[in-house]
Design a protein around this ligand. Structure first.
Ligand code: AP5
Ligand code: ZN
Length: 217
């Protein structure tokens, strides 16, 4: 099963991807997490991505498409994967279609802009796994510590209020067009992906139940 998670920054894509990954035993492919790992390693890709990410812009389509193509060729993607934060532009979606990567479900998680700033300022992340927490909505068992590894949680550099607002503008300008793109694709016939939209302002658990039941349907 191949799934695309679509939604603005902070909608809960990473949070829900982890649940789907466990349920279906397929990997979460988060281009954001891959880019943050590249920055940490100090690779060429990381050097190119760092300033763009901290300014809330998008890394170039060519770099991202290559990164994803290499990732989905790995054996753990044989039974499918969850795309979290990819595609993010029409050319990225077109590259996926041109490479004949069939998508079964597109899951849109919708959250209004006002709520995003509050959400992202309370986010904490385990850098090794990408596991996400929220100081109020989904706190770790011990403050500042990852439940699974016992390692320290961090705040993402792009979770500053001004950068969050830039990321939201980028979403509306460049990514939200994918909603129409995939809604149209969903009408194309038997092999077309299913398209479902979820209200991401509900509890994490409620969103999870609704998504998992739509994927089974
Ligand atoms: P990326 O890492 O993908 O960031 P994003 O899209 O801005 O999304 P986030 O990770 O911020 O949010 P999320 O939807 O995963 O929410 P989460 O589950 O963490 O990308 C970062 C940057 O990399 C981009 O800005 C760009 O520069 C670059 N990039 C990445 N992919 C690219 C691409 N394809 N092309 C070009 N550039 C690319 O949840 C957020 C918080 O809310 C957490 O604290 C969580 O606990 C909490 N929460 C989740 N659900 C709920 C709920 N239902 N109720 C209450 N709280 C909740
Ligand atoms: Zn994320």
């Amino acid at each position: 099963m191949r799934i695309i998670l679509l939604g603005p920054p902070g909608a809960g894509k990473g949070t829900q991807a982890q649940f789907i990954s466990q349920e279906y035993d397929i990997p979460q492919i988060s281009t954001g997490d891959m880019l943050r790992a590249a920055i940490k390693e100090g690779s060429e890709l990381g050097k190119k991505a760092k300033d763009i990410m901290n300014a809330g812009g998008l890394v170039s389509d060519d770099l991202i498409i290559n990164l994803v193509k290499e990732r989905i060729a790995k054996p753990d993607c044989a039974n499918g994967c969850i795309f979290d934060g990819f595609p993010r532009t029409i050319p990225q979606a077109q590259a996926l279609a041109d490479a004949d990567v069939a998508i079964d479900h597109v899951v849109e998680i919708s959250v209004p802009d006002d709520e995003i700033v509050n959400r992202l300022s309370g986010r904490r992340q385990h850098p090794g796994s990408g596991r996400v927490y929220h100081v109020q909505h989904n706190p770790p068992k011990v403050e500042g510590i990852d439940d699974v590894t016992g390692e320290a949680l961090i705040q993402r550099e792009d979770d500053q209020e001004a950068t969050i607002r830039d990321r939201l503008s980028t979403y509306h300008e460049q990514t939200s067009a994918l909603v129409g793109f995939y809604q149209e694709k969903a009408k194309e016939g038997a092999d077309a992906p299913n398209y479902d939209k979820f209200d991401g302002t509900q509890d994490i658990e409620e969103v999870k139940q609704q998504i998992l039941s739509a994927l089974k349907g």
